[in-house]
Design a binder for this molecule. Structure first.
Ligand code: NAD
Length: 293
């Protein structure tokens, strides 16, 4: 259900059609919005679009309204140039977890969109104020941190930077509720709430494996059985993307000096070799469906 503020939004653009961008775009289009999806890699965009379409058909079939799928898919557009996102009232960035490309993108977006358009980032933990730094209008820059897999996890962390306007935060809170997700607000600190707490555990699991203390399977079994987690930490790391985890950890370690986020050699080597988890077909485990990145 849209509230008064989020009623100002009917068209959302999602930039980056990787794991998160695809999931975010799907959840939003299924909630009745028009969505434009853009990625600099056309093959990623095409694959993502086909995957979202298939997921929507499955979702509609499961809910017993197969006819609805066609009209939902019609609201989803592929953009082949970034200029095509200019009409969106909300843009959600879900590109690589690196500060500079995100800053460059926000600068580019600022020139394209309307003054009232909200610019949101799905960063896992880079400072919202830093991403907004080169922008002229920092009041409309905000963090909307979705979780993987987006269609299953009903949480979005809403993060205001130093200059984010209260109106921007209220609007994205309303928007989040309108797509059936629970918003929580958090200060602009490295890792926000969830990643701040969970990443040291994932890192320790990788180091435990690297040091030969236990096999990867036993590490995952132990944490699933003892803690009731649905996935083991190494499986979860593969699922998140080892590159995304590495960039995030490097960033938080640099910002805070907290050794709990210091990546081990194994993680670095795996990322260097392109073994980044589910999306590349190989991480701690092997996966059938490889997706080029
Ligand atoms: P990903 O590697 O799966 O996808 C990133 C996509 O962005 C790729 O398709 C790439 O081609 C595209 N891209 C890169 N630079 C671009 C640009 N300048 N313009 C347009 N497209 C560009 O990454 P992901 O896992 O989807 O992560 C995206 C963001 O979401 C990151 O900031 C990450 O930290 C965050 N995040 C990830 C997870 C997770 O579990 N993977 C969870 C929450 C948040």
């Amino acid at each position: 259900m849209k509230d008064q503020l989020s009623q100002s939004i009917s068209h959302v653009a999602v930039i980056g059609s990787g794991i998160m961008g695809s999931g975010i775009a799907q959840s939003i289009v299924q909630s009745g919005y028009n969505v434009t999806l853009f990625d600099t890699y056309q093959s990623n965009l095409e694959k993502s679009f086909e995957q979202i379409k298939a997921n929507i058909h499955k979702w509609c079939d499961r809910n017993g309204n197969s006819e609805e799928a066609v009209s939902i898919v019609r609201r989803l557009k592929k953009a082949f140039s970034i200029e095509e996102v200019s009409k969106a009232e909300l843009v959600i960035e879900a590109i690589t977890e690196k500060l500079e490309p995100k800053q460059q993108l926000f600068l580019q977006l600022e020139k394209l969109v309307d003054r009232n358009t909200i610019l949101a980032t799905n960063t896992s933990g880079i400072s919202i104020s830093k991403i907004a730094e080169p922008c002229l209008y920092k009041d409309r820059v905000v963090g909307t941190h979705f979780f993987n897999p987006v269609h299953k996890i009903p949480l979005v962390e809403i993060v205001g930077g130093e200059e984010t306007a209260a109106h921007t935060i209220e609007t994205v809170i309303g928007f989040t509720r309108s797509i059936s997700k629970e918003p929580v607000t958090v200060k602009d600190v490295p890792g926000f709430i969830v990643n701040r707490i969970i990443t040291p555990m994932l890192n320790e699991a990788m180091l435990t494996y690297e040091k030969g203390i236990a096999s990867k399977e036993d590490i995952d079994i132990a944490m699933k059985k003892a803690m009731g987690h649905p996935m083991g930490p190494l499986e979860l790391s593969d699922y998140i993307g080892l590159d995304t985890l590495l960039y995030f950890m490097e960033h938080v370690y640099k910002e805070t000096g907290n050794e709990a986020y210091k990546p081990g050699d194994l993680l670095r080597n795996m990322v260097e070799n392109g073994d980044v988890g589910v999306k590349s077909g190989k991480g701690f485990y092997m996966y059938e469906k490889a997706r080029s990145i």
